[in-house]
Design a protein around this ligand. Structure first.
Ligand SMILES: [Zn+2]
Length: 335
């Protein structure tokens, strides 16, 4: 049976070497791997962007389709609605992929949506779009990618609407996250260049990167951190915080691509600016680990949800891999 048509799949091999995983990723990025549309790139991006939010289970790292395809939909919203980038090779049957058609038909119903960020769309409409896109991907991309990877990347079950990443592939994706992201953008951009007009291709790599959903309003995190840490001081320099309090991604957003409480600290404007896209050094890592231990037990729904996939070990590895990805250390002391 063709891969795209599979309803479920199990992991064929658990102990896979890095060389083999590289070879499979490089195959998927190459022209030898068949693609009518960009869904495979979209799913790989959703997996990379969710790297730190899966649920660690005995069998592997679990993701619900809902989580993955919400990210996927946010992304395609930007690419299709905002940047007008076509995502499918024209063929005799149709000009657009189903995902593009779903997004376009939401716009036909309500043209005002074209000016909105996906986050600003009314929840009911947003959910309806995500649902349709999930159904499409369930059918046409999960099984296809599984097949391209010879069944080593994940197991999946369309009835349960979840996939479970092979632990060794997960480790690989954490370790080479920055490299895989770049390769994925490169291959995706090449594909887009073949099917789009020059005018929409301006800064196409930027458009792919910028399509990553980013939470703009971090006030909810500010409130929780303020409430739980009454001393209300800057995480980095210890100075008392005034009215202007920054919510800072401890490990820079450029690496994590996710907003989770365990990676947020309160900071003064000056530290926030000095730190910028750098990585706080090991002393700060120890400090945030302690902080997380204290906050993890707080009885608050946002806290509990954000800490679902968290472990000190994960934060440690993430910090280590962020460092290999080229982020410079910041000791916070050069005032
Ligand atoms: Zn400070």
């Amino acid at each position: 049976m063709a891969g795209w048509n599979l309803k479920n799949g199990t992991i064929t091999e658990y102990d896979v070497s890095e060389d083999r995983i590289w070879s499979l990723f490089n195959f998927v990025f190459s022209d030898a791997c068949k693609k009518r549309n960009t869904y495979k790139f979209g799913l790989i991006k959703a997996l990379l962007d969710s790297a730190f939010s899966g649920e660690i289970t005995q069998a592997g790292i679990r993701y619900s389709y809902e989580e993955l395809f919400s990210r996927f939909t946010y992304n395609y919203w930007n690419l299709v609605v905002k940047y007008n980038l076509r995502q499918m090779r024209k063929d005799g049957k149709s000009e657009y992929s189903r995902v593009e058609l779903i997004l376009k038909s939401a716009l036909v119903e309500d043209s005002i949506l074209g000016n909105l960020e996906f986050d600003a769309v009314e929840p009911r409409k947003k959910d309806a779009v995500i649902k349709q896109i999930t159904a499409e991907c369930k059918r046409y991309v999960i099984g296809a990618l599984y097949d391209d990877f010879d069944g080593i990347i994940y197991s999946f079950d369309s009835k349960k609407a979840e996939l479970v990443l092979n632990p060794c592939v997960y480790d690989f994706m954490l370790k080479y996250k920055a490299e895989l992201e770049k390769l994925n953008y490169y291959a995706w951009a090449r594909f887009l260049e073949q099917i789009n007009d020059d005018n929409v291709l301006i800064r196409v790599i930027d458009k792919l990167e910028l399509a990553t959903p980013k939470r703009e309003d971090l006030s909810i995190y500010r409130e929780i951190l303020r409430k739980e840490f009454e001393e209300n001081t800057c995480f980095y320099c210890g100075k008392k915080l005034g009215k202007v309090t920054h919510v800072d991604h401890f490990i820079p957003w450029s690496f994590v691509k996710d907003d989770k409480l365990w990676n947020f600290v309160l900071s003064c404007a000056s530290c926030n600016e000095r730190k910028s896209n750098k990585l706080p050094d090991r002393n700060f890592l120890i400090k945030i680990e302690k902080r997380n231990k204290n906050i993890q037990v707080v009885d608050n729904i946002v806290v509990q949800k954000d800490f679902e996939g968290y472990s000190q070990d994960l934060l440690n590895r993430m910090w280590h891999y962020a460092r290999i990805s080229g982020l410079k250390d910041w000791s916070g002391s050069q005032h």
